[in-house]
Design a protein around this ligand. Sequence first.
Ligand code: FAD
Length: 444
Amino acid sequence: MDTRISEFSPIKIARYVSELDLLSNPVLNTQEKEFLADLYDFMEKVLDPELKKLEELNYLEEEPIQVKKRAIVIDIMKKLAEKGYYSTILNTDDYEVGRITRNALIAYAICGGRWSEYSERYIAGNYSIEMGRLAGGTLYCNPVNYASDEAQKEQFLVPVARDGQIGASAMTEFNAGSDIFSMELKLSERGDDIIAKGKKLFITNGMIANYIILYGRRDNGQLGAVIVDTEDQQLKNLRTTRVRTYGMTDAFVSRLIFDRVEIPKENLLHGHGLDIAFHQLTEERLVISAEALGDTMKKLLYSHAYALQRRQFERRLHQYQVIRFPISKKIRELNLMTTALIQYAREMDKHPELAGSKLMAANAMGLKISATELGFESSIHCFRTLGGRGFTTQYANEIGLLDPYCMVHGGGSNYVLEDSESRRFFKYKPPKSKYDDEVPRIHY
Ligand SMILES: Cc1cc2nc3c(=O)[nH]c(=O)nc-3n(C[C@H](O)[C@H](O)[C@H](O)COP(=O)(O)OP(=O)(O)OC[C@H]3O[C@@H](n4cnc5c(N)ncnc54)[C@H](O)[C@@H]3O)c2cc1C
């Protein structure tokens, strides 16, 4: 049974707003615009019908929708890979636009969708599909590329990065969330095998993954990373189940139980687990920022369209300043942050050594905090503008109202990041003088 209320018509985004179209953003150069135009074309022709199917399944509450969604999501990732949009790690020679810039543009576009002049309608974006792409195409592929030898690359990277098999990255545990260093899952050596024992939580793609990069503690106490080939989820002693989240309904966020899973020792990646996990942190933060900005654009388009159409007290909602002002303020903030994003991504592409820069990492962290908060606030504003309709799945699903709440935690919880950001500003060397015990004085 379809749970939609027939009196509520779908929100029609029917007007082009150039400030909410990345393609018309003067900051992008010709090559970037060409890349983006091809991507939007692919989204309109290939992705949009699939995303529509995923949305429609949300209204059929009695049906076993998970099985159907799983097949659609796996197929979407394959289609993205065929066009080079899943991972950007192996196909650097195929494009004039740099790898990280492309990754950011893809994230923005898939989250935000776009108004199509060609068919005069809004092409859907879907944040949870992008989160699956990020988990497989970046959080799995980048560390594997960084810490594997040639044989491992052939075996574990190519099937995901080039062929679109599903990858996942398993760090978070019940007691090691923000505090990743306190991970407890054991990776013990026994003969030719690594034996994995422990649990992981909130692992995007976990229950549909072909390959998982699994972080854990080795016999010497150091963190390590090993690739788990899930044998199409049939691997002995591995159990994967879905974590039900509000929002992100099409991302298979999972709980994993490794009950002495045997993994060949040659699947062990080279180097320290923390370095493997965090070497690509700046890129990850930029892509998460791009996701949040794309999603902000989508929420603003919906708020704008609804405010144009809905009439109360004999006026359209947009005629009230309290509705209008937050929209224009957020459009301004969106475009400022998008400019920063594009500049950072281009610089990272031009100077790969910036991946090791603490200042660049801090800038990307600041952008991640601001962009995800902007996404969060834009969703709150959209929710308020919709009134009671915001509480219906009919509108919440279409707009993905709850999706941006997730990324306030993804890629580092904002509180933790803000705490470390603010501490950076107050670092000082203790004075070595007779005033040692004094509180440091600030000179203006
Ligand atoms: C939808 C979704 C998908 C995810 N996908 C993945 C994935 O693919 N792989 C993976 O490994 N993980 C994934 N995660 C996990 C995510 O990275 C963690 O949720 C995140 O690291 C926070 O950990 P926690 O939930 O245990 O919160 P906690 O660490 O318990 O934190 C709770 C709150 O306390 C704050 N806090 C904690 N420590 C401090 C501090 N020192 N200073 C100030 N504030 C602090 C945090 O900011 C947070 O607000 C996902 C999470 C979600 C929700």
